[in-house]
Design a protein around this ligand. Structure first.
Ligand code: ATP
Ligand code: MG
Length: 271
């Protein structure tokens, strides 16, 4: 499968397709464009239809020979909220702005592809990544035939407690061994297939390393844990989110961040 080597200093092959020479506007990411580029760069042998359009990406059901695969195309120009000054906002109408946007789309695709690879290797149940070119990521299709697996929110579980434990077991591997927080874990981003949960949609994940803001990481972790727990309340399962958070934090904190709670100066919110 094709995986483009990421070089932040170099224009990706798709960037020139999306921008064109001298163009200041990025071409709208239509079904036909996605299909043309996916076939041209060998990510798929066919693209069947668009399955969903989320905040930052569109999801397509594609084929690799006769096997269904998922093609995720990031299209940040639809989500102006991500174009904050902090992330390098450049006024509209300049080609510099288009490059900033295509760079951002590409970096989300790079993050998703790389993190899915690490998670898969660590044993977390995620769609195995297959390829990446520019802002396109292809991955394993979770589902039967061409029918995608349900999101957790759409189904009623027979053994909810087991499923909840499987979710937290996988999330603990992600945090403790791969050193990432998901940042958007919920009944929407967990699929149910082959009798177990599968975690998806990881581009907003944050790395937990010696440079991280541990207070922010802790907040993200707690929010993910609370989101999962609130889904399970319908089954009359109640757990204390703080004690699950403690299990996570006790399993891993970067060495130089061990005393992060004491080190926060009075009244100074670092977030
Ligand atoms: N590998 C996969 N196999 C089967 N279905 C998938 C797969 N990846 C995504 N989907 C389906 O597409 C939906 C959207 O995918 P995902 O959450 O990755 O995209 P998104 O656009 O970032 O989402 P959003 O902005 O809505 O959170 C999922 O909820 C799921 O139903
Ligand atoms: Mg999602």
């Amino acid at each position: 499968m094709v995986v483009e080597k990421h070089n932040p200093l170099k224009k990706s092959i798709l960037q020139s397709e999306l921008l064109g020479e001298g163009k200041t506007q990025i071409e709208e990411i239509s079904f036909d464009l996605v299909k043309r580029l996916a076939l041209k760069y060998g990510l798929a042998t066919d693209v069947l239809y668009q399955m969903s359009a989320g905040k930052e990406a569109s999801i397509f059901l594609a084929l690799w020979k006769e096997h269904p695969i998922i093609l995720k195309a990031y299209r940040l120009w639809h989500s102006s909220h991500t174009l904050s000054k902090k992330k390098g906002y450049v006024p509209p109408g300049t080609s510099k702005r288009s490059h900033v946007i295509t760079d951002m789309m590409e970096s989300l695709a790079v993050l998703e592809y790389d993190l899915l690879s690490k998670l898969f290797k660590a044993g977390v149940h995620v769609p195995t990544p297959i390829g990446r070119i520019g802002n396109f990521v292809s991955m394993r299709f979770i589902g039967d035939g061409e029918t995608p697996a349900s999101q957790l929110r759409e189904i009623t579980l027979e053994n909810p407690e087991r499923v909840m434990n499987q979710i937290f077991d996988d999330y603990l591997i992600m945090y403790r061994d791969v050193h990432y927080v998901h940042g958007d874990l919920s009944q929407y981003n967990i699929l149910y297939w082959q009798d177990r949960p599968w975690i998806i949609d990881v581009p907003q994940a944050e790395k937990v390393d010696k440079h991280c803001n541990m207070l922010k990481i802790e907040k993200m972790l707690l929010r993910d844990i609370q989101n999962v727990l609130s889904y399970f309340e319908q089954y009359d399962i109640y757990r204390d989110p703080e004690s699950i958070l403690e299990v996570f934090l006790n399993s891993y904190i970067p060495d130089n961040k061990r005393h992060y709670r004491e080190l926060v100066p009075e009244g100074l919110e670092l977030l």
